[in-house]
Design a protein around this ligand. Structure first.
Ligand code: URA
Length: 205
């Protein structure tokens, strides 16, 4: 089930849970990926970001949000006055899912079964970091956290809450901005994303 329903891994420290996750076979994605990409950031971060899954660059580096979407997230956080170094950043799914096309690896969306299998690790991260605020970046993150009851299109910019009361800020995934149609739309979409991120300020202290 969604992250809030799973007990999470038993380990008591993030580095131990990460090490345990590195040999995860809870779904089949480990077969194709280079690295398991676990979350990263201060163990007591007040803000925890959840993305979808590592991309090509993250899979090779073994670190979350280091590619184009990560750089865009960094710039938008900067504009919103949020220091990424104070945040814990992770993904709903921790292995890169892709379709080979020639020499390229094309991102492919994780399925509900993969999201549910991986929610085990996300639940452990939530339990150990205990952030003041979780930020769901896009539909996969939101589904992992809240199940089908929440929708990015309807709930974007709002604060929802997990059953144990932890607040969840809903917004889009930064990679959606990399696909914006024309320049005017792109600027508006980005400004709206930064506006969503500005709501994080209330939870920083
Ligand atoms: N997109 C994500 O959702 N996560 C990453 O780590 C990188 C890109």
């Amino acid at each position: 089930g969604p992250a809030f329903e799973t007990p999470g891994a038993e380990g008591g420290r993030l580095p131990d849970v990460k090490e345990e996750a590195e040999s995860c076979t809870r779904c089949g994605l480990y077969r194709q990926a280079t690295h398991l990409v676990f979350g990263e950031g201060p163990a007591k971060a007040r803000i925890l970001f959840v993305g979808e899954q590592p991309g090509d660059r993250e899979d090779l580096a073994g670190r979350p949000f280091v590619g184009p979407a990560g750089r865009l997230l960094d710039r938008c956080l900067d504009e919103a006055g949020v220091d990424r170094d104070l945040c814990y950043v992770t993904n709903a799914v921790k292995h890169f899912k892709f379709t080979p096309r020639g020499k390229r690896r094309i991102h492919s969306r994780p399925g509900a079964g993969e999201v549910q299998a991986c929610a085990w690790w996300l639940a452990a991260e939530l339990r150990l970091v205990r952030p003041a605020l979780v930020v769901a970046l896009g539909a996969t993150a939101l589904y992992s956290l809240m199940g089908r009851q929440a929708k990015v299109t309807r709930d974007r910019g709002r604060l929802l809450s997990l059953p144990h009361g932890m607040p969840v800020l809903v917004t889009i995934h930064p990679s959606a901005l990399l696909r914006s149609r024309d320049q005017a739309d792109a600027a508006l979409d980005r400004a709206r994303f930064v506006e969503d991120l500005e709501k994080i300020g209330d939870f920083l202290e």
